[in-house]
Design a protein around this ligand. Structure first.
Ligand SMILES: [Mg+2]
Length: 262
């Protein structure tokens, strides 16, 4: 679909807002990227638009890799639904729910956290309890403590049947099931039953959402989809290549939202 057709499609969606879901990434899409994530902010004008859209359209949802509560804090609107924590949790009406497939692993994640607090925290590691996932940070600890953290969490993860990933200064445990922005998009579409859905994103993890929209349209669950990609130096080229509409920055995302709200 070319750009002109995509904008026309948005105008068509305005005629029937109760059949439309607006799904969006937050950091880099609604909130400009800043040096430290704590300083991220969604501009006031976009918050106003999101509030207006959530009153008009079937669903407005923010989907983020951040902790679910952090996703809520960035937007702060009760009318919006939040999917966070790598697609494992959903927050609405003030309640956090773990997705059903992950729920059986909650106790095991908590067991790993409490074992890590006994064994690793005294060595200088920081155990971040994130609910259905756990992060053990060792960036500020000596290298041998980092090695000990990785070895310990890997062994415990294997014993408990959890997936372990090692990042920069952090080792994380999560349920061994697929959960990402694509599964979050599918869960929302299957629950709210829109006939049309859009996703707005800027980064690699957003491609899962773009591709799930395509799959949902192919199988007939959705009639129309729109992918809005935000161009940036750090984002992958596919975000622009696969998008129906390319926004040059957060202001460009605002333009899409303004047309929807008009
Ligand atoms: Mg982003």
């Amino acid at each position: 679909m070319d750009d002109v057709a995509a904008w026309k499609q948005i105008e068509g969606w305005r005629e029937d807002p109760s059949s439309v879901a607006i799904l969006t990434d937050i950091d880099g899409t609604l909130a400009p990227i800043v040096p430290t994530p704590d300083l991220s902010e969604v501009p006031g004008e976009l918050l106003g638009l999101l509030r207006e859209l959530s009153g008009k359209y079937l669903l407005v949802a923010g989907i983020s890799g951040r902790k679910t509560q952090d996703a809520f804090d960035l937007i702060g609107l009760d009318e919006v639904v939040y999917f966070g924590n790598h697609g494992f949790e959903i927050l609405r009406d003030g309640e956090v729910e773990v997705i059903p497939d992950a729920l059986p692993f909650l106790e095991r994640v908590k067991e790993l956290e409490s074992r890590a607090k006994e064994e690793l925290a005294p060595l200088g590691a920081f155990v971040e309890e994130k609910g259905i996932t756990a992060s053990i940070h060792y960036r500020n600890a000596p290298p041998e403590v980092g090695e000990r953290c990785v070895a310990f969490v890997k062994a415990e993860g294997e014993r408990l049947g959890l997936r372990i990933t090692v990042g920069r200064g952090v080792v994380e445990a999560r349920p061994p099931i697929r959960a990402d922005k694509g599964t979050a998009v599918r869960a929302l579409v299957e629950e709210y039953r829109p006939r049309k859905a859009m996703f707005l994103g800027d980064d690699t993890t957003d491609l899962d959402a773009f591709r799930e929209l395509v799959a949902l349209r192919k199988e007939g669950t959705l009639e129309e989809i729109l992918r809005v990609g935000v161009r940036s130096d750090e984002g992958p080229p596919e975000i622009v290549a696969e998008a129906d509409i390319v926004a040059e920055d957060v202001e460009g995302v605002g333009e899409v939202l303004r047309v929807l709200a008009r």
